[in-house]
Design a binder for this molecule. Structure first.
Ligand SMILES: [Zn+2]
Length: 492
């Protein structure tokens, strides 16, 4: 039997003015047919898991279409339309299929379809008909919609943040579709949508309060008939009606049990909702705390969270560190193509005055001017062998310059904005981590897999920006109302 593989992944931050276009997908992943296998079969990604799982189950994997762009702004209408047209054409070429494995992100927003995942999955369902089994994976940052639930037979959400279990979830999805195709089970799904926005600062699955909800979800798997369940934390930086927590339960042909399990898990979570309100540490509080600790310390820049779509050129922590001799030497990465060119023009070993960062908008701090020495230059390419958030293997941040002030503030300037998911970003460019007292990673939980092994302490800092952890700073117009914690008396 032949099982098609289709992926369309992007996390859209609706608070960003910039739009995601086809060029953003071309710069990351936009593949059809066998090229999907070639690029992703070995990745620590759910698509890699699909290939492994289908092979284990002696099913033929038919790679059809895979598109992914880094988190950024809303997709233009033309972009979503073009992606769906390509998907359609690739599906036409795929030949007869018995089932489909799909990998939506779940938090994709387009100008013409706020529920972009619901739209393309419904379109796919209409094309292949009601009878063909479709099993999907979901990022735990999905903003799940009823349309998405109606379009597929089952979903399996990631269970870890940072996302280190993507490949495993893909293997599970392949097993589930195999059992379905053999007639051993009939996946039957129900979802509960909680009016709960989960603060990003509270989304580390290894720790409370998340741990308790995932443990409870695991315990419910022991119930006879429950096949899988998912706790979806959601992506708060999308001002859409679907934004919010969701739990999904899949049973073997028992809708009442699926509904009861989803509602029970949802109630367990809802009863603990107050624990999911974020704890905010200001820049000055974070610096004072760090000053009392042994290094290396990683400061996590929550307001300029590149994995949440932000520009990656926020200067507020760099400026704070430049003024704190007790926290130097320190290392910060900033996306700033213009300054990279200036550093290249100056050459290694040269002293140069640069105005770095703060150029995309006025939300993440002003440009920072200082005299630097150009320490090294590189091509910005690096690879990661360990499972890391996002399942990336190969990175390319474009031409890169490492510059440092006399007082010990080192800045890695990159041509493209880069997610801080791999410590190889620094080490492969010759950065000696042991030389620093403080490292800055522009993220919240996603960088933890890379930075925890090289840090004695991690401090999450409440910086302003398009990924501000303090959700009261964001102006929502389309979210559900009432919703906890915006309206504290919300009931469910
Ligand atoms: Zn995610």
């Amino acid at each position: 039997m032949r099982v098609g593989i289709i992926a369309l992944l992007q996390e859209s931050n609706t608070f960003i003015k910039g739009e995601t276009t086809l060029a953003h997908f071309e710069a990351d992943i936009l593949l059809e047919g066998e090229a999907v296998r070639k690029r992703l079969a070995d990745a620590h990604h759910e698509i890699g898991g699909f290939f492994v799982g289908l092979a284990e189950q002696k099913l033929e994997a038919v790679p059809i279409f895979a598109a992914r762009a880094l988190p950024f702004g809303v997709l233009t209408a033309e972009t979503l339309d073009a992606l769906v047209r390509r998907l359609d054409a690739a599906l036409d070429r795929a030949g007869p299929l018995d089932g489909l494995l799909v990998a939506p992100h779940g938090a994709t927003v387009a100008a013409n379809h706020a529920d972009a995942d619901g739209y393309w999955l419904t379109h796919l369902r209409q094309r292949v008909g009601r009878k063909m089994p479709i099993v999907g994976t979901l990022d735990l940052h999905a903003n799940v919609s009823p349309k998405m639930i109606a379009a597929c037979d089952a979903y399996i959400g990631y269970r870890t943040n940072p996302h280190l279990d993507q490949r495993q979830r893909g293997i599970e999805a392949a097993r589930l579709i195999a059992m379905t195709l053999r007639g051993e089970i009939k996946p039957t799904m129900a979802a509960a949508f909680l009016p709960l926005a989960v603060n990003i600062e509270r989304q580390l699955t290894a720790e409370q309060p998340c741990r308790g909800v995932y443990d409870y979800a695991d315990a419910l798997l022991d119930k006879e008939g429950v096949v899988t369940n998912s706790v979806i934390l959601s992506f708060p930086y999308a001002d859409v009606a679907e934004m919010g927590a969701c739990v999904i339960s899949v049973t073997n042909n028992d809708f009442a049990l699926a509904e009861e399990t989803a509602l029970g898990l949802g109630q367990y979570w809802w009863d603990r909702r107050h624990a999911f309100v974020g704890q905010m540490t200001s820049i000055s509080e974070a610096c004072d705390r760090a000053a009392k600790l042994d290094g290396p310390i990683t400061l996590l820049d929550m307001g300029d969270n590149v994995g949440g779509g932000s520009p990656g050129d926020g200067t507020l922590l760099a400026i704070a560190l430049a003024n704190r001799r007790d926290l130097l030497p320190a290392c910060v990465c900033l996306a700033d193509a213009d300054s990279v060119q200036k550093a290249i023009a100056a050459g290694v070993g040269t002293r140069v005055t640069l105005t770095v960062g703060g150029k995309t908008d006025d939300l993440h701090g002003p440009p920072f001017e200082a005299e630097f020495t150009v320490q090294s230059l590189g091509d910005g390419k690096f690879s990661e062998t360990e499972p890391r958030h996002g399942g990336f293997l190969h990175f390319n941040q474009g031409p890169t310059a490492i510059v440092a002030t006399d007082t010990g503030l080192t800045i890695m300037l990159t041509t493209r904005r880069m997610v801080p998911f791999s410590i190889r970003q620094l080490t492969s460019h010759g950065v000696d981590l042991s030389a620093f007292r403080v490292l800055v990673a522009k993220g919240v939980h996603a960088p933890v897999a890379a930075y925890a092994p090289v840090s004695k302490h991690l401090i999450r800092v409440d910086t302003p920006g398009v990924t501000s952890a303090d959700m009261t700073r964001l102006e929502y117009k389309n979210r559900r109302r009432p919703m906890f914690p915006f309206e504290l008396d919300t009931t469910w």
